[in-house]
Design a protein around this ligand. Structure first.
Ligand code: PRX
Length: 637
């Protein structure tokens, strides 16, 4: 790639950063000029962080899929857009060129139309990591439908909540999904979810595992049969809907500190520009390179750096269906060798888990194609960073530590591969357009270096969330009300003597378990659904592989003859309500919880106990019943 906005040196980074701060509108207008628009925007940026109201490229008309597909079909039709590696190494991998992907997206967009999809409809996608997932997402975007992808590990209840919140009318799923040596019955989970979702009129089902499924007459149709109908009609062309830059592109649900997950909304123009700009620059993508992002498309990392960032840059994106440890813990390294991967983008939790298998699985694997490594999702510890650098990068590959969030659309703070310096455990510097500030509890800006506090951003960038679906007030209170005129990230952070940023983790009641955000309130609500549970409190504790583990303190008054059995029951309840990813790692039964006189659970104390700190618990004099703390300490797991 040699876009006019590709940063090629530290000087260019400094210059771009300076320009982006001094004149953001001119800066982003220049970047946006590199895309295909049906009509140019009327105004580059309109914003206030009070309402909040944020508009980028308003009045501009475009379709993101033309930028991800059509323009590459013209210039490089036979270049690989997607390389897909199956769960089972014995199954053949698939490559879709830009021409083929364009064809299939158009075809499936017509399937959606035949099934009643109209511009503005919300479509829920619950699928395995197969190319058809990418096809389904892009087909929605092609016709102006808003996709809401739900990660394949979520339960029927979680899917139902998300479908109801967005009032989806179509669901796209598969019979099942392969994950390691397991198969997950996606369609039957959807069937259960849909009992409480009257808005859904059609379910389109892809065949993947060929397990028997029940197909409801009039509602459920097979993907393959619908495609045949489109084929029979001849022309698969599907003209891309002309969207306003500020029309919604997708909703992605994410956990917060309170209540149910929020539907984070991203729009067409700004999100496209941001994911593309950050992809091209942070990873220093060069034409024909193969980019392997190991995330699931059910999370924002997959949306931005498997699909929209790479495809809008004409890149080759490798999509992997399986898990890093099956059939053995050398699976990632085999994939890298087989497909000659240039860029590997993964999570610290995966690195830590693979470190645990020692160096044998890497021996004799040819990783020499690798040029750039990346991490995302959680703070990376020093040991994992060095292991990644030495054993995977062979000290030859810059590591980018990319900090960002579902709400930010793409990377905000990261070094630029090979161009700005990397520093273990530091995300380092803000990208052009990003103005981070660190504030204390009262919102006072901490200026200068060697400070730590809460991380906020004071100016919008094109990829910032616009709202939370159906509840703008929630967006305001969650992100724009803690500190006046600032976007509050929920993360703690320090800026060291050299001005580099290090993210230290969440400062709210959100856990980061294996790089996945989990709200403590959500897990508590799920545990409390168990008929024997009176009350519960969740905190995080340091976990060698997951980063944070889930520690549950539970008051139980049901009859439990066997504590181990009750623990399993509680885990099953959590899996049913949220999904297996939210299962507690430890459950301690307690007779009471440390509460203030006003009834508030003092999590600070529980957090310390869970972390193994038993002497220095801070002030406990305000507790209603200090004795309960002694009991909890004594029985700590
Ligand atoms: O706490 C930060 C952590 O992950 C949170 C965002 O989670 P989510 O919206 O699920 O998106 C994850 C993928 C972008 C952040 O608030 N986080 C993400 N990246 C890093 C990180 N913490 C430290 N270092 C990172 N590089």
């Amino acid at each position: 790639m040699s876009n006019s906005y590709q940063i090629n040196s530290k000087e260019e980074y400094d210059l771009a950063y300076k320009k982006s701060i001094e004149n953001p509108e001119a800066f982003w207008s220049d970047v946006a000029d590199n895309f295909h628009w049906h009509k140019k925007w009327d105004q580059v940026l309109h914003w206030d962080f009070v309402s909040p109201k944020i508009e980028w490229f308003k009045g501009g008309k475009l379709n993101i899929t033309e930028n991800c597909l059509d323009r590459w079909v013209k210039s490089q039709p036979d270049a690989a857009a997607i390389i897909w590696e199956a769960n089972d190494p014995n199954e053949e991998s698939r490559t879709l060129t830009y021409k083929e992907l364009h064809f299939k997206v158009s075809q499936f967009a017509n399937v959606l139309k035949n099934n009643g999809a109209r511009k503005g409809d919300r479509i829920c996608i619950y699928m395995p990591m197969v190319p058809e997932l990418t096809i389904a997402i892009l087909a929605c975007a092609r016709i102006g439908c808003i996709h809401s992808v739900v990660f394949g590990g979520f339960s029927a209840q979680s899917i139902s909540d998300r479908i109801q919140d967005a009032q989806c009318n179509i669901v796209i799923t598969a019979d099942g999904a392969f994950r390691g040596n397991k198969s997950i019955p996606l369609k039957s989970i959807i069937d259960e979810a849909l009992i409480t979702c009257p808005s859904v009129k059609k379910v389109i089902v892809l065949t993947r595992t060929s397990i028997p499924v029940s197909m409801l007459n009039g509602r459920d149709v097979w993907w393959e049969e619908e495609i045949k109908q489109v084929e029979n009609k001849g022309n698969p062309e599907c003209i891309a809907e002309s969207m306003d830059a500020e029309d919604m592109l997708f909703i992605l649900y994410t956990s917060g500190s309170t209540g149910k997950p929020k539907g984070v909304v991203h729009t067409c123009g700004g999100y496209m520009v941001w994911t593309n700009y950050t992809f091209v620059n942070v990873f220093q993508y060069q034409k024909s390179q193969i980019h392997f992002c190991t995330a699931d498309i059910g999370w924002i990392t997959g949306h931005s750096y498997i699909i929209y960032g790479p495809l809008s840059a004409g890149a080759t994106s490798l999509m992997f269906e399986g898990i890093p440890t099956w059939p053995d813990s050398g699976r990632f390294w085999d994939i890298i060798e087989k497909h000659k991967v240039d860029i590997l983008y993964t999570a610290p939790t995966a690195i830590r888990s693979l470190m645990g298998f020692g160096l044998d699985p890497i021996k004799e694997k040819n990783l020499s194609s690798l040029k750039i490594l990346g991490t995302v999702g959680e703070p990376i510890n020093e040991e994992a960073w060095h292991w990644y650098n030495e054993n995977i990068g062979k000290k030859n590959c810059p590591i980018v530590d990319t900090w960002w969030q579902t709400e930010t659309g793409g990377i905000l703070i990261s070094n630029i591969a090979g161009i700005t310096k990397s520093k273990p455990t530091f995300a380092t510097l803000p990208l052009p357009g990003i103005q981070p500030i660190i504030v204390d509890e009262n919102g006072n800006e901490l200026v200068g270096n060697n400070v730590s506090g809460n991380l906020c951003i004071k100016f919008p960038w094109p990829g910032i969330l616009r709202t939370t679906y159906g509840d703008h007030e929630r967006c305001r209170t969650a992100y724009f009300s803690t500190y006046k005129n600032l976007y509050f990230t929920g993360d703690g952070c320090l800026r060291d003597a050299e001005g580099d940023y290090r993210i230290t983790g969440r400062v709210d009641d959100v856990l980061n378990v294996s790089g996945h955000r989990i709200g403590t309130a959500e897990v508590e609500n799920a545990i409390n659904m168990h008929s024997g549970v009176v009350e519960s409190a969740i905190v995080g504790y340091p976990h060698d592989i997951k980063g944070q583990g889930i520690y549950a303190f539970v008051i139980f008054n049901g009859i439990h003859t066997d504590e181990a059995h009750t623990r399993k029951d509680i885990c099953i309840t959590v899996s049913k309500i949220i999904g297996a990813i939210a299962k507690p790692d430890k459950i301690q039964f307690v007779s009471g919880l440390p509460k203030t006189r006003s009834g508030k659970i003092m999590r600070r104390i529980l957090r310390k106990i869970a972390e193994g700190e038993t002497t220095n618990l801070g002030d406990t004099t305000t507790l209603l019943d200090p004795a309960v703390v002694e009991e909890i300490k004594l029985n700590r797991l």
